[in-house]
Design a protein. Structure first.
Length: 372
């Protein structure tokens, strides 16, 4: 993408301080009907994890715009809800680590303690703030060793705004939204029409025309993967949308949020057989595929082989360029990590915080055909 294509989006992001009361983006965009360079499907997918959050605060408009500029195939997000039932893009159910909520004295009395996934958590939660209130907060970089200069400059965005960023891109860019913490959201937020979080999630996708099975004509026009750690949510929406779904997998010792099973049980052959009719793939934490000890890789498990034998894609998470995240075998070189996972382990996509580096690696090793 040339800079001229990205400049209007960049300028738009600078208006955020004055736009809290209205949408930042065209809803929906007419650009989605234009002829665009298609999604590449000939090599593993470059999945922008919460946008290009290695450079900009996660799940903000500029982080997603930057990821698109850098060559992401899909931009990934986590969907939660505000107190008034508006679906928003935010990873944590609380606001403490990635916003400046603690600096807003007007919200000092909003601190709460909730049980989330079987554990008590204290902080400021999205479900205790209206969208208007959430829009007054500024996003912050999660990790202190990353660039802090953009802290407080960009607001939380809505699910609608996130979709519009993808639809307004100068080429076809897929979306990869997660149904995040659905058990907690359904406990805390009640919609007037009696519908559930998952219903509202699918309604939003339908509003913007997302439909079609994997690689169908409709899907290629507006690519999407729906993801969740909650298998029950994916099963629930299976009768509502034929868009492809991926089941996320955490550390094998952890209990899933919606069942009494551990992820060790969830990755069994029997469970993979059970979930296969509902999903097109799995999204495992990468250490469930290749265990790590003392920052060194151990013998890979057979999870990828067992998934592929069932025609399930594998999209592991999360790949980060900083040395503290790179195992010793990779000699502080993220390209060596990409090479290992794509060529030795043989996965079908990577969730990365650094979209540009993955794109550059793939362009060097497996450049796209000219027509793409």
């Amino acid at each position: 993408i040339i800079f001229a294509d990205f400049l209007p989006l960049l300028l738009l992001s600078l208006l955020v301080a004055n736009c809290a009361s209205r949408p930042l983006y065209r809803l929906p965009s007419e650009a989605k009907h234009a002829t665009k360079k298609p999604l590449q499907t000939s090599r593993p997918y470059n999945l922008a994890h919460r946008g290009s959050n290695g450079e900009l605060p996660e799940e903000t408009a500029p982080a997603y715009m930057r990821a698109i500029e850098e060559g992401a195939d899909f931009i990934e997000t986590d969907i939660l809800s505000s107190k008034d039932g508006v679906l928003i893009c935010h990873h944590d159910v609380n606001l403490d680590d990635t916003t400046d909520v603690a600096d807003h004295k007007e919200f000092a009395d909003r601190k709460r303690t909730y049980e989330v996934q079987g554990m008590n958590m204290t902080g400021f939660f999205t479900v205790d703030f209206t969208l208007k209130e959430l829009k007054t907060l500024g996003a912050k970089q999660r990790y202190p060793f990353r660039d802090q200069q953009y802290n407080g400059k960009f607001p939380i965005i809505t699910f609608d705004e996130y979709i519009s960023i993808a639809l307004d891109a100068p080429r076809v860019v897929g979306i990869y939204p997660e149904i995040k913490n659905p058990v907690f959201i359904n406990q805390q937020v009640k919609w007037a029409d009696g519908k559930k979080f998952e219903d509202k999630f699918v309604e939003t996708l339908e509003k913007y025309g997302y439909k079609g099975s994997y690689m169908s004509e409709d899907w290629l026009k507006q690519p999407i993967f729906i993801q969740s750690f909650a298998a029950t949510s994916l099963v629930y929406i299976s009768s509502m949308t034929d868009s492809p779904k991926l089941f996320l997998i955490d550390d094998v010792t952890i209990l899933t949020e919606d069942t009494n099973k551990t992820y060790a049980e969830i990755t069994s052959d029997a469970y993979l057989d059970y979930i296969k009719p509902y999903v097109i793939g799995i999204g495992p934490w990468k250490d469930t595929i290749v265990p790590v000890s003392n920052n060194r890789l151990m013998t890979p498990t057979d999870l990828v082989a067992r998934a592929h034998s069932r025609n399930l894609q594998v999209h592991p998470y999360t790949y980060r360029n900083e040395n503290q995240f790179l195992h010793l075998e990779f000699n502080q070189d993220p390209y060596l990590e990409y090479d290992y996972w794509l060529n030795k382990i043989g996965v079908d996509g990577l969730f990365t915080d650094f979209t540009g580096s993955l794109h550059n690696y793939q362009e060097l090793k497996s450049p796209l055909p000219q027509q793409q």
